[in-house]
Design a protein around this ligand. Structure first.
Ligand code: DAH
Length: 339
């Protein structure tokens, strides 16, 4: 009886320090056909029945324990080897992803154009494109701005060398192209880039964007103009925004008006952005001038219409609390990410 305990201890100790290849050898040494523990069972015959029972049971317990220990040791070692293998064979793939795969998105100006045109589309307007290179006729003459008219001075024009062409100073010439190509009813907006020969500062840029609008039909009224543009402003800036129509002058509309909104920066108290006036000018509009209809051979006795034009950058700035137009063009990624 006393023999079994030290033999089991001896086996367990050997196991403890064993490598994977030693385990089977140890098992055979103790539990194999001629193993040390198996041999002990052969000596049972010399014992009394009582002793046989007790000793036999002890040997079996020892066998079970050792078998378990053998299995555990195997598992432990295999797990450790696998872990080591994984650690050694690990490949660092992070350099493959070293530059960030951040997704791009639309520029704030594009987004603003989409947002603005979407409102008009929801009201039944079509969307058209004009041309960036125009002639004097389309940019001025056909819009009732004659050669010697002072209104030309307010739009410093880029003329293209060696040709009659110029870079459009506004999107209004698109009105002429559209009326030349279609018959009323017309209900269209035209977003696009325009050019003016002026120095860049916080509120000016030599290239910027406008959205032109033109509605022509029978019985189109100033009331419809007011309703449509008020609805547009409210959709864009929220129902609470205060707006006003202020009489103005444009060569191609009569009567003409400008729309102001209550300053979104100071709420109307007066600040740098609204130049202390409490109001921000957001668009020009009016009823299409009969001379413009004449340019495209429309019968101004039969048709009436209204037109409007607005600067996209101003809307982008007012909507997003940007107080310097230049940040829209510098394309600093830290700025672009915010919109
Ligand atoms: N073309 C004008 C500008 O660039 C804006 C404008 C005013 C357009 C009144 C219009 C309009 O169609 O009716 O300043």
């Amino acid at each position: 009886m006393s023999k079994i305990e030290p033999i089991l201890d001896e086996a367990l100790l050997k196991l403890q320090n064993a490598g994977l290849n030693d385990i089977e050898t140890i098992r055979i040494e103790y539990l194999g056909k001629k193993g040390k523990i198996t041999e002990m069972l052969k000596n049972l015959s010399e014992l009394s029945i009582e002793e046989k029972k007790q000793f036999g049971a002890e040997i079996n317990t020892a066998k079970t324990k050792l078998n378990e220990a053998v299995e555990n040791k195997k598992k432990e070692i295999t797990a450790r080897l696998l872990e080591e293998k994984m650690k050694n064979e690990k490949i660092d793939i992070s350099p493959a992803f070293a530059f960030p795969f951040s997704k791009g998105h639309k520029h704030i100006i594009t987004k603003t154009i989409r947002e603005m045109t979407d409102i008009f589309v929801s009201l039944g307007f079509d969307v058209a494109e004009g041309k960036e290179i125009e002639t004097d006729w389309y940019n001025f003459e056909a819009l009732n701005i004659p050669k010697d008219h002072p209104a030309r001075d307010t739009q410093d024009t880029f003329y293209l060398e060696g040709s009659q062409n110029l870079l459009r100073t506004h999107t209004s010439p698109a009105q002429i192209h559209i009326m030349e190509q279609t018959k009323p009813p017309i209900r269209v907006v035209v977003p696009g880039r325009v050019y003016r020969n002026e120095a860049t500062d916080a509120t000016h840029s030599a290239t910027f964007h406008q959205i032109e609008g033109l509605v022509v039909g029978e019985d189109i009224t100033f009331a419809e103009l007011k309703g449509t543009l008020s609805l547009f402003i409210h959709r864009l800036f929220g129902q609470e925004i205060d707006l006003r129509f202020r009489p103005s002058h444009f060569q191609f509309t009569e009567p003409s008006a400008e729309v102001d909104i209550k300053c979104v920066i100071c709420g109307g108290k007066g600040c740098r952005v609204c130049k202390q006036s409490g109001w921000l000018e957001v668009l020009g509009c009016g009823m299409v001038h009969p001379n413009v209809f004449k340019s495209v051979n429309y019968d101004s006795e039969k048709y009436t219409g209204y037109a409007f034009g607005m600067g996209v950058e101003r809307f982008a700035m007012f909507k997003n609390g940007i107080d310097d137009m230049r940040v829209l063009y510098e394309n600093d990624i830290r700025v672009l990410k915010q919109f």
